[in-house]
Write a protein that binds this ligand. Structure first.
Ligand SMILES: Cc1cc2nc3c(=O)[nH]c(=O)nc-3n(C[C@H](O)[C@H](O)[C@H](O)COP(=O)(O)OP(=O)(O)OC[C@H]3O[C@@H](n4cnc5c(N)ncnc54)[C@H](O)[C@@H]3O)c2cc1C
Length: 447
């Protein structure tokens, strides 16, 4: 069998020693998936083997015809690769994530492990709103380039067009993992990192490990047919608002609403409902029947009703007592938005606006209701919630609690975060943890 040697030691002597070692003890670590977590897992595994002077093949099996395509699509092609103000509590299964991240060593320059890795690989980045970090070059390819250069320098082998169908655990009579490709080819490995992402996690059989069925999240929300009349009218219009996700409790007459979360930002009306980062974040919690309440007056510090009464006094000075609803909203909302929102609440936009109308208008403008139907389009969702259950994994190694040498990373784990670099931060970190631990599991050493 041909073994590509680039990682162990430079020079002929290094290669000779490496080959002898490989023949005597040809151990390998298989990384399933060459996306964000898989590339970091491969780097961590190969670096651990190199640091400990152990010759182990690290092989990425990638179903696509290249590695890292998923990274290129992130952040609208700019890759929001991490966040300077990461709040771990925002992750689904936050306690598990905290334990996992705590197990990563700080880099020598005092950076956390993710930033330490990218810093030493030469990536320069900058920060935007809310701590979001992007490569200085403003292209996702800058992030992928440094990762690819590192796997190449480490001699990580890459097998593209290689889709795994199943991973079979070692048996008493055969102490290695068996990797069954969709093509029928069989490969072997001594340790495995499952880094196949969230989309295909259900299709990959891994021993009898259980998975929570993945469901798409961080995506646009479809609203009920009745409320889609409004969003259709405003298709493609963006507004800066805050949006609250509310859940109804109780019967129709005595129903109360519990506010689950509020997000501020740009909301995009679509034919089917609403989109935009604030909506994506709320989609993590939204269920059919919940209500999105759009607050167009989010900038106000005072009470909305008092503001409208005051505004009316101001504007009657200009337009006289015959002031209409549309006069009231001119200069505050786009005319199309004002008209559609009023009509959706059965208010004639050209009726006279009286002081007594202030409470109703205030409540409409601070909580315009849109009933949630569900996720609008799964293909537009950024992540999948679900995957390998955290209870079945050790957070410090991301190793299965029942299968020694089997690790899981990235979105294949039942962990997800909001927009803003959270999901990639988890992918890089968990990849590093799993790759390093997979290498250690082969050496029989523990941290
Ligand atoms: C449009 C879009 C934009 C996004 N933007 C951001 C952002 O800016 N910031 C952020 O933090 N997150 C973002 N995300 C989320 C982020 O991309 C993912 O959370 C992250 O890539 C997950 O990393 P992963 O390694 O688990 O999976 P992936 O990066 O999806 O990689 C999985 C890899 O495994 C391969 N694979 C799958 N199944 C198999 C198999 N059976 N055999 C072999 N190979 C297989 C896939 O081809 C793929 O290359 C975005 C997601 C999308 C869809």
């Amino acid at each position: 069998m041909h073994i590509e040697v680039r990682a162990y030691k430079q020079g002929e002597e290094g290669e000779r020693v490496y080959n002898v070692l490989m023949q005597a003890n040809e151990k390998s670590i298989a990384i399933i998936g060459g996306g964000a977590s898989g590339l970091c897992a491969a780097i961590a595994a190969a670096e651990r083997c190199r640091a400990d002077g152990v010759a182990v093949r690290v092989v990425i099996y990638e179903k696509d015809d290249r590695v890292g395509r998923s990274i290129l699509a992130t952040g609208n092609g700019r890759c929001n690769f991490s966040n300077a103000q990461l709040n771990i509590d925002e992750f689904h299964h936050a306690e598990f994530v905290q334990q996992a991240l705590d197990s990563l060593p700080e880099s020598p320059d005092g950076l956390d492990a993710v930033h330490g890795l990218f810093h030493r690989l030469g990536l320069v980045w900058r920060e935007e709103q809310d701590g979001r970090q992007y490569p200085l070059a403003n292209k996702a390819s800058a992030v992928l380039d440094v990762l690819r250069a590192r796997i190449e320098a480490l001699g990580v082998e890459v097998e593209t067009d290689s889709e795994l169908a199943a991973v079979e655990p070692p048996r008493e009579d055969f102490p290695r993992y068996t990797l069954r490709m969709r093509s029928g080819v069989i490969k072997r490995a001594d340790a495995v990192v499952v880094a196949c992402g969230g989309r295909t996690v259900s299709a990959l059989q891994v021993g009898d490990l259980k998975r929570t069925p993945p469901r798409p999240t961080l995506g646009p929300i479809a609203v009920s047919e009745k409320d889609a009349l409004l969003t259709r009218e405003l298709d493609n219009i963006r507004v800066r608002v805050s949006v609250s996700l509310c859940r109804k409790h109780g019967s129709a007459e005595g129903a109360t609403e519990e506010m689950l979360a509020t997000e501020k930002g740009e909301l995009l009306f679509r034919k089917y409902g609403v989109s935009g980062i604030c909506v994506f974040n709320l989609s993590r919690l939204a269920q059919q029947g919940d209500v999105l309440r759009v607050n167009f007056l989010d900038f106000l510090e005072e009470d909305a009703e008092a503001y409208l009464v005051q505004r009316r006094s101001l504007l009657t000075g200009e337009y006289g007592e015959g002031l209409t609803y549309m006069d009231m909203l001119r200069g505050l909302l786009l005319p199309r938005v004002a008209e559609a929102v009023l009509k959706a609440s059965f208010i004639n936009p050209y009726n006279r606006f009286k002081p007594a109308d202030a409470p109703r208008l205030a409540s409409l403008l601070t909580g315009c209701p849109l009933e949630v139907e569900g996720i609008a389009d799964a293909t537009l969702c950024q992540v999948r919630r679900g995957g390998f259950r955290v209870a079945d994994l050790d957070p410090r190694s991301l190793q299965s609690r029942t299968l020694h040498g089997l690790h899981v990373a990235g979105e294949a784990v039942d962990v997800d975060g909001p927009c803003g670099g959270y999901n990639l931060h988890w992918a890089w970190s968990s990849g590093m943890i799993a790759g390093d631990a997979a290498a250690r599991s082969l050496m029989g050493s523990r941290r």
